[in-house]
Design a protein around this ligand. Sequence first.
Ligand code: G16
Length: 541
Amino acid sequence: MSGDGVSPLEVTLETVRATASNYNIPPDVKYAYGTAGFRCKADILPPAAYRMGLLAALRAKSVKATIGVMVTASHNPPEDNGLKVVEPQGEMLLPRWEHYSTQLSNTDSASLVEVLQDFSDEAEVTLTSSRGKLVVGRDTRESGPDIVAAVTAGAENLQCKVHNIGVCTTPQLHWIVKQTNISKPNTLQDYYRTFADSFIHLYGKDDVKHSIKVDCANGVGAIALRTIAPLLSDHIDITICNDGSTGRLNENCGADFVKLMQNAPRGVNYVENEHCYTIDGDADRSLFFYSQDHKFYMLDGDKIATLFAWFLNSLMQEAELNLSLGVVQTAYANGSSTSYLYSKGIPVVCVPTGVKHLHKRAEDFDVGVYFEANGHGTVLFSDTAMEMINIRSVRETRKTQKSAVTRLLAFSKLINTAVGDAVTNILAIETILKLCKLSPASWNEMYADLPYRQLKINIRDRDIIKTTDAERKISSPEGMQEKVDALVSDFSSARCFVRPSGTENCVRVHAECATQREADTLAMSVGSMVFDFTEALYSRL
Ligand code: G16
């Protein structure tokens, strides 16, 4: 009790009531925690951001640890923004807390205190406890500072200490949260030094210095690469393209654009066989591209997953390490990549879209490689795997085995295991290509992609479509899946699925066929069927 008889809890709740009145939810706005958190037009985000600050503080108190909030809308246009909440080990927010997030973000200011108290009871958290901290970061969007301020206000209202690390990539924020919780070096400088050292150690030095070009989508990845490039300059030259000085974020460039258009980004002048990369707006996805005989080739997340799995599998076999290795993909994975992995005896699992699903499933393997076709992904090493690799790297005396286990150890240090990281994945890919003397073409020829087409269809309410079977089938509205099946049956070897996006206001249609023309035709006919089907439903409402 304070001197005037008011308890600390009442003081806290009164502070929330007063601040909440500055963050009223605009009429007709409904927030939802989607594939990667909240994402919408930036001007309507502050009320959700304030509530997420409250929720993040609750979560930090409940786990008595540091958690993170990243302010970014990644591949979305510059006028959007979003929020991703990061768990103590760098993972995405737990499903139960996603549910709290959606509920709290839609609670009007007048009821906020009541709902907050209900959550704290349910999660067995003392609202006034001072345990737990929050790290907040943001990408380069103009709206970022206001949204960070709203998150900070919410967290501080619940007396949660907030450390604002400013502009950073999403994977840097995940890494910093994880490092903080395991009491390891945890600043942005530590991030650059750690991964630069790991790269230099494994990559080594050649007489001829290699060079790469990276399309940074006019986003925060340019800052990260510009900072790490000088540390690597004795070993590799990195040319940064689309650094944000002239172009707009994600406009005609970036990993999402390149994957969707199956074409090179604007603003990158590259020559035959040059190693080129494209990353997205918050630098958690990367794709490789090159040209040969004037033809453009893109090596997507599936190609990166197979490269990593093939490399790690070979090393594990050479080292005679008895550990499980598996690959986690989503429905977007090219059928050829799955067949290739099976042909190499590597188990493959399919889960719904979203890093949170892939990351969780990859933990079931000793060495779990997970990638979405769009370039999101990383490798996870279990405690058992790391223990075995560490012991063997010291005790192994046989030359071949020692060399393999030493490379495995070094590779594990080059990977950001907190989450997929465009910067560290680029360094890992370059390392594998060099160590294994692989040209872009020889990597690409590991398997031939089946032609595919992906479309975005705008319908009135994407939530009308529900899916099942790792998003490969539509469960509702009734009858829609049968229509997809009928259209697919017109082609001899085809696959197609439809799912609502969790980050954009659209439905995604993905078709894979024996020829590009067929894939284009199938995607178009399924897309127009989806549009007509839903329009007919609305007209009956
Ligand atoms: C986010 C998620 C990814 C997902 C992508 C697209 O990426 O982290 O797992 O693949 O959205 O999701 P959807 O198809 O549901 O829109 P990012 O890079 O935008 O944060």
